[in-house]
Design a protein. Sequence first.
Length: 278
Amino acid sequence: MHHEISAIILNYKHPKDTISCLRALLKTDAGKEVAYYIVDNSPDERFEREIKKQHPEINYIASPTNLGFAAGNNQAIRKILGSGSQYILIINPDVVVEKSFFRPLLSDFAKDKMAGVVAPAIRHQQKGITFFGLWGKVDWKTGKATHVNLRQLPKNKTVKKAEFVTFACVLVKADVFRKVGLLDERYFMYLEDVDFCLQAKKAGFHILLDQNVVVDHQTSSSFKRPTDKLAISFRSQLLFINKWLRFPNNVVPILFAMLLYPYLYVLWTYHFYKRDFS
């Protein structure tokens, strides 16, 4: 059966979140017309049996090991590109969508023929504070990708062109992958979304953020220690700088990263041990 949309949920030790995300997608405006792929970066036979029993139509892919975000999603993207789907949803398991979800995003593609990537606004809640993650831009002087976060969405909600959007939840036209390639698997985690959006823009596609569509991101962590997350982020930052900037333009961004990340490492380590031993 041909599906216009295929959706990928990448699981890593969050089976309950993955099932909640899937059920929310199934209840959306086009949920039952979508082909679903669950990529499990932490293969668990019990989870596999449970998901296949409850949802036999799901395509379950067990990774040989934790491949990271880019390589994990690419396993499903390769299969989908051969299936005939026109659009590919990439969504984190800790994201919950509302009923009106697919149709507005598809409408954005219909209105802008050069649209290649469309993302919703992402609502976060941390320590009782609500804020919305929107688009982002790269400061090429430092090589730092910065996300635009607002406490409230603008009253006049628009569909905005962006330099990049987060891939925590994003709908991508399949032809973009065919033209620019898959996610760069050298990024284990972080900045693969920025990198892909820049590649798509370079190829002539538009990157859009639809403020009229809002999803909730629970921000569950796959890391026991914040310093592990920081180390992976640092590696991705150096990869990003060296991929997109050439000497001498990469000197200042590399120095900036080498000064910034040790400071963050000390700060996060202090808070980590203070939390655990206070």
